[in-house]
Design a protein around this ligand. Structure first.
Ligand code: PRP
Length: 177
């Protein structure tokens, strides 16, 4: 049976998201933004963050191949869905729920740079720095976390738990995970 232990509460998340929104609002004062969410984990963070940004802002979404049900990254990233509208000359903020090895972000930065944006920044709620294999970083990072399997606030295990309001560590005896 899965056991959940709260790591970051909904109140801590809300306070952090508000701070990040304020920073982005100040950094891009007088300009417009495109928030690009990476499906599916980033959707909850994007929805909350967008409402803390007091600027002319639109959304778009991209999708890449994912971990599926395994805990290990295969090392291969494939683009499943690109942005719907041109972002050439626009200020982009790529929105991620979590930075892990950095393989996904490295790939996505190349994809998005090829669209010739005016600027390209990364907002990530969580950062598992100890897992990093690629030289990437987030520009707006919420929480550095230890190397534990986290779910909630958009993050899943086999598509479950994305709807939990808190970020929780998934603890289980099961060897199937
Ligand atoms: C997560 C997260 C990032 C990626 C980070 O997505 O949203 O896209 O993993 O890992 P990396 O730094 O090791 O590349 P996931 O594949 O779990 O898909 P999901 O967003 O649909 O849950």
């Amino acid at each position: 049976m899965d056991k959940l232990r709260v790591l970051i509460t909904r109140e801590q998340i809300a306070a952090k998201v508000a701070q990040i929104g304020e920073r982005i609002t100040a950094d891009f004062a007088g300009e417009s933004l495109v928030l690009i969410g990476v499906l599916k984990g980033a959707t909850v963070f994007l929805a909350d963050l967008a409402r803390q940004i007091k600027l002319d802002t639109t959304f778009d979404f991209i999708a890449v191949s994912s971990y599926a049900n395994a805990r290990q990254h295969s090392g291969e990233v494939r683009l499943l869905k690109d942005v719907d509208r041109s972002v050439e000359g626009r200020n982009i903020i790529l929105v991620e729920d979590i930075l892990d090895t950095g393989l996904t972000l490295t790939y996505l930065m190349n994809v998005l740079q090829a669209h010739r944006p005016r600027s390209l920044k990364v907002a990530a709620l969580l950062d598992k720095i100890s897992r990093r294999t690629e030289p990437i970083h987030g520009d707006y990072v919420g929480f550095a976390i230890p190397d534990e399997f986290v779910v909630g606030y958009g993050l899943d295990f086999a598509e479950r738990y994305r709807n939990l309001p808190d970020i929780c560590v998934l603890e289980s005896d099961s060897e199937t995970r």
